[in-house]
Design a protein around this ligand. Structure first.
Ligand SMILES: [Cu+2]
Length: 256
């Protein structure tokens, strides 16, 4: 390594130490994603912007939009959000009653987040899918977000070790060779990464925008497909790039 490379490397590691080595993830985490007749008839949904493996939070403004798509209808839930704290930072939360069997897709569109370390704004369109009372029709439905992961595997009822497949879409079109970052929500602090390279894993979609990932462990896994927006936003009088993320949270279950 050259001297300058060493210095840059050192500066870069120090930057990482100050913040986090993992990726940013919009998070939409329901208290239950397969609601059975014997379960409580309501789910609590928590929204945050975090580094899920390292459990490092960031301040999150009230999202620009938060809604649920169920039984062919969009219901605005933004007004129901209450401020809460996740990973030591501002997050948002609501309880949502499940009245009928069906698929409930919770969708968050955050305000753009200014990230000085990346000299760019970040906007993660984030989804999680809940199925209730035995009806799972429409789990593969595309919501029509600016950018979105459309599941090819049912996004629930997966065993740890199963593969998950989805299509990365931007403006309704598949993104060939799109990059997808994958991170585990290390909720109970039980997982440890052998190296910083293994906090976030990165895969690419194929030429049809299809990506495949096998989760090694039960729990919530976040998939974030990243693209640069075709517009810029203003930061202190300068035009800055916007990272658009299509994020989907999928829970894998233990094989017993
Ligand atoms: Cu961060």
């Amino acid at each position: 390594m050259t001297k300058i490379g060493f210095i840059l490397g050192t500066v870069f590691s120090l930057t990482l130490l100050a913040g986090s080595a993992g990726a940013h993830f919009g998070m939409v985490i329901p208290s239950d994603n397969m609601v059975m007749p014997s379960d409580p008839r309501s789910v609590s949904v928590t929204l945050s912007f975090s580094h899920p493996f390292e459990l490092v939070g960031m301040e999150m403004e009230k999202p620009e939009a938060f809604f649920v798509v169920a039984n062919g209808q969009n219901t605005d839930l933004r007004g129901n959000l209450e401020q809460t704290t996740t990973m030591g930072h501002t997050a948002w939360k609501t309880d949502y009653p499940l009245k009928r069997p069906g698929i409930y897709v919770f969708v968050m569109e955050p305000e753009p987040y200014w990230e000085p370390a990346e000299d760019s704004f970040i906007v993660h369109y984030t989804k999680a899918v809940v199925t209730a009372f035995g009806d799972d029709d429409g789990w593969d439905r595309e919501i029509g977000l600016k950018t979105e992961i459309v599941p090819l595997s049912k996004p629930f009822g997966l065993y740890a070790g199963n593969v998950f497949q989805g299509i990365v879409k931007l403006n309704g079109k598949a993104v060939p060779h799109g990059e997808v970052e994958v991170e585990y929500y290390n909720q109970n602090r039980e997982a440890a990464a052998p190296t910083d390279y293994m906090i976030t894993q990165t895969i690419k979609a194929d030429k049809n925008g299809v990506f495949t990932y096998a989760a090694p462990r039960a729990g919530w896994w976040g998939f974030a497909a990243l693209n640069t927006a075709d517009y810029k936003l203003d930061y202190q009088g300068q035009k800055k790039d916007v990272e658009l993320g299509a994020v989907l949270w999928v829970k894998f279950e233990e094989w017993k």
